[in-house]
Design a protein around this ligand. Structure first.
Ligand code: KG4
Ligand code: ZN
Length: 332
């Protein structure tokens, strides 16, 4: 079964063709990073307008790279939640139009679920029961999956998402946008010298990163980072200390939940899962197997949308021309 996936929930315009939810035939992503960099974050209206410009060439490329003709596609899948509403509308309308003219079934996909299914695009299919930690710019979700399609939210962030914390701290440290890769790079030049707070929120599977972000701001003021023009020599150590704190909490709490729920595997997903220190920490500390998608499948892409649709193809949301878009996920 070959599914064309379309993803426009945030600032990446993406399309992909995936066979049987596992084999990528094409995976095309147009990033808007350059466009939003000058604003230090995503500007929703600019994102929607850029999706409108990119969507047709990106879908066209995904089809031509896959060597698949439209008549050989079995279905079309599109992210319809959660995300920026103006951005989601572009992808959903494109998918509806293609499904209508090509007479294909249409699947609506939840972006958080799609991130999890990026793990099915790697060599070995995950084993149930497992726990998925989705850490992206907008979400930090801990989800128990007893069997395929059976999702139970154990916890999530009470304030900032993990990726959002990386982006905000990068702004404090004047490292630019997007913050995650910039912090990871700066942290690689330093050591975690400063002991920054960790919100353990004992007795729950929730996370919190806003206190840590404030602590970084106060430390940066004390060290003179915020009042200095250009790059300050303390930045690498502060970046490394921040990264260590985020990774420590994510790994400790996820592993604790995995042991309690007696799962076979931990699946990492979302843009923050591209972080090397996060990956290494999970691999070293976890007594259960940890599956991590390759970096280009951690960040937003459409192959994960096709995979999610395939593995949940009995989902009732099909061929609904009134399919709408939503800013929130089903899991939060
Ligand atoms: O999953 P994603 O591409 O988009 C959303 O669904 O939000 O995640 C983007 C987030 C951004 O906050 C970005 O700073 C973060 O993932 N990110 C990273 C790294 N690469 C991307 N965070 C930490 N380390 C990285 N290497
Ligand atoms: Zn995402």
């Amino acid at each position: 079964m070959k599914i064309l996936g379309i993803e426009t929930s945030c600032d990446e315009t993406a399309a992909a063709v995936v066979e049987n939810g596992t084999t990528i035939l094409s995976n095309v992503v147009a990033s808007q990073e350059e466009l939003h960099r000058q604003y230090g974050g995503i500007v929703p209206e600019i994102a929607s307008r850029q999706h409108m410009i990119s969507i047709i060439p990106i879908v066209d490329q995904a089809l031509s790279h896959s060597n698949i003709m439209p008549e050989d596609l079995d279905a079309i899948a599109v992210t319809n939640r959660p995300g920026l509403v103006g951005s989601l509308l572009i992808g959903v309308n494109m998918a509806k139009a293609l499904a209508l003219v090509w007479h294909k079934p249409l699947f609506a996909v939840d972006h958080i679920r799609a991130h999890i299914y990026a793990n099915w695009l790697e060599q070995n299919a995950p084993q149930f029961p497992c726990i998925a930690l989705v850490v992206s710019g907008g979400h930090t979700e801990l989800i128990l999956i007893q069997r395929n399609g059976e999702f139970k939210r154990l916890g999530g962030t009470r304030d900032d998402a993990a990726g959002e914390a990386f982006d905000k701290v990068a702004r404090i440290l004047k490292l630019g946008y997007p913050g995650g890769p910039a912090i990871e790079f700066a942290a690689g030049q330093g050591v975690p010298l400063h002991r920054l707070p960790r919100a353990w929120l004992k007795g729950s599977d929730d996370f919190s990163f806003s206190g840590l972000k404030t602590a970084v701001l106060h430390l940066s003021e004390k060290l003179g980072i915020t009042s200095t023009e250009g790059l300050h020599p303390h930045i690498p150590n502060v970046a490394a200390s921040f990264q260590e704190s985020v990774v420590d909490v994510l790994a400790a709490k996820t592993i604790q939940a995995a042991k309690r729920e007696r799962v076979n595997q931990i699946l990492l997903a979302g843009g923050v899962a591209a972080n090397t220190v996060l990956k290494e920490t999970f691999l070293i500390r976890s007594p259960v197997e940890v599956i991590i998608p390759s970096p280009q499948l951690c960040t937003d892409n459409a192959a994960m949308v096709s995979a999610c649709a395939f593995h949940n193809r009995s989902s009732p949301i099909q061929n609904r021309w009134d399919m709408d878009v939503y800013s929130i996920s089903k899991y939060v």
